[in-house]
Design a protein. Structure first.
Length: 493
């Protein structure tokens, strides 16, 4: 019964663990196309040489199962020969004789006391391990695309923040210049306004460079070379004001740093502070699991841990195979032979039988093989134990980091609103002559920094959540993948 249940376990593991993530793949990026996160993941899985390598490793492992099963297939050997003998001498009559032989033999392994079965089971567990290796590299690829995708959204948000900051500084410069010409403000206020405007333009150029770099990183994560201009959609947890974000390496048209804006008419009355929301109100679905549930989910779903479990099972079968080196094998044999002698009639015959073959083994060599198999099994067990502990601490750190940022996001949003209100008050005080230029600049810088920090925290939260989902092998809701079951047996889910 114990052997029966073990066989059932092997079959269950083989069909349950054999899976690969599939997605409706975008074949290519067309100009001005709008891609979602799922589309970018599809491109990466299609183009990744790493994913293809692991798929080929899986194919090779499946082939080794078939090779192991072939031990039970019959083997046919055939041969033919022709010989000539001749003798001559002074007192012996010369004779000559030609001999033609042909034969065919069929050998069939009937039973070898579980030795070949252990080899087959070992290779099946290796297939499960390679399948989980493939699943793991797919999850790694998805994580890489996600972080790159969020990086583009964050970089675009930083560009928008800096463009808004340039607009603020341009209006501030116009107003200060008008006040200076009316004699209401000093020269130092005007010079400071020029400095802040120049610095904001430099920051905008840096933000644009970072945006270009983030696009290259995203294209690299999808293994796309010479990608045309395209757009990407917002995600639930990174919701920019614009529904789709242009992804292009063309420079943004901005004025040169050293060029001051022209003075508009009635600039004295251009004093209002415009509200610049870069992100919509941050709304997201809370993470569905607590820490204990996350650890349990990881132990159940982590493909790299499953691969180690399967490797341990394979090492058990390898040890069993080594121990059965001493066992005999029962074989069946059938043959046919044909002989034709030039000086006599031909003969043919058929033979068949069953044989018990006792292997002639080197006892010392076999013992050392068993010792090696035992050591490999111990290494596999140690690897499983180490992986389980590492996964626990990995999930723990990722969970803490994600929860910390989850709490900080709404607080930072409140800080943006407070910084805006303070900027409006400082702007009003400066307009009526109650506040000085330094107070206004501090409020303006604080408002800009608050928006930048808000974008950064939203980005950090997205990456932290992606790390946690990677740590427990959980797919995000915006990426809907299917699990393709052992296609060779026609079972799909």
């Amino acid at each position: 019964m114990k052997k029966f249940f073990r066989i059932l376990l092997i079959i269950a593991l083989f069909f349950v663990s054999l899976k690969s993530y599939a997605i409706t793949e975008v074949t290519d990026i067309t100009k001005d196309a709008t891609l979602g996160l799922e589309d970018c993941v599809g491109l990466a899985l299609k183009n990744s040489p790493n994913v293809r390598k692991y798929r080929n490793n899986l194919k090779a492992a499946k082939s080794r199962v078939s090779q192991a099963k072939s031990d039970f297939f019959p083997t046919i050997t055939a041969g033919t020969s022709f010989g000539y003998n001749g003798n001559s001498g002074n007192r012996i009559k010369t004779t000559s004789e030609g001999l033609y032989n042909a034969s065919a033999t069929l050998n069939w392994l009937i039973f070898n006391f579980g030795k070949s079965n252990a080899k087959i089971d070992m290779q099946k567990f290796y297939v499960i391990a390679r399948q989980n290796d493939l699943d793991n590299i797919i999850l790694q690829t998805i994580f890489k695309v996600r972080t790159s995708y969020y990086g583009v959204l964050a970089a675009k948000a930083f560009v928008n923040v800096q463009k808004a900051y340039v607009d603020i500084n341009e209006r501030q410069y116009q107003r200060t210049k008008a006040y200076f010409e009316e004699g209401l403000k000093s020269k130092i206020d005007l010079v400071n306004a020029e400095v802040y405007l120049s610095e904001s333009k430099i920051a905008l150029i840096n933000a644009q460079n970072n945006y270009d770099t983030s696009i290259i990183t995203l294209n690299n994560s999808m293994y796309v070379v010479d990608a045309p201009d395209y757009n990407i959609k917002n995600t639930e947890t990174f919701n920019l004001k614009s529904h789709s974000i242009p992804v292009t390496l063309k420079d943004i048209q901005t004025k040169e740093v050293y060029t001051l804006p022209e003075t508009p008419k009635n600039s004295v009355f251009s004093t209002s502070v415009e509200k610049k929301d870069i992100l919509n109100t941050f709304v997201f679905n809370p993470f569905p699991y607590n820490f204990e549930q996350s650890v349990a989910y990881a132990k159940e779903h982590r493909p790299d841990l499953k691969a180690l479990y399967s490797t341990e099972k394979a090492m058990e079968k390898s040890l069993l195979y080594a121990k059965r080196e001493y066992y005999p094998a029962v074989t069946a044999q059938a043959g046919y032979s044909f002989k034709d002698n030039t000086n006599s009639a031909y003969t043919n015959g058929v033979n068949a039988g069953a044989y018990l073959n006792l292997p002639v083994v080197n006892a010392a060599n076999t013992k050392f093989k068993i010792d090696e198999a035992k050591a490999n099994l111990d290494v596999a067990k140690d690897s499983v134990e180490m992986a389980e502990k590492d996964i626990y601490f990995e999930v723990q750190k990722a969970y803490i980091d994600m929860k910390k940022l989850e709490k900080q996001v709404p607080l930072q949003y409140v800080k943006v609103r407070q910084a805006l209100e303070n900027f409006e008050l400082a702007d009003g005080r400066y307009e009526v002559g109650l506040g000085d230029f330094i107070e206004l600049q501090d409020a303006k810088v604080n408002y800009n920094n608050a928006q930048r920090e808000y974008v950064k925290i939203v980005f950090d939260y997205n990456v932290a959540r992606a790390k946690l989902e990677l740590a427990i092998a959980m797919l995000p809701e915006e990426i809907k993948l299917t699990e393709e079951r052992n296609k060779s047996n026609g079972k799909t889910k």
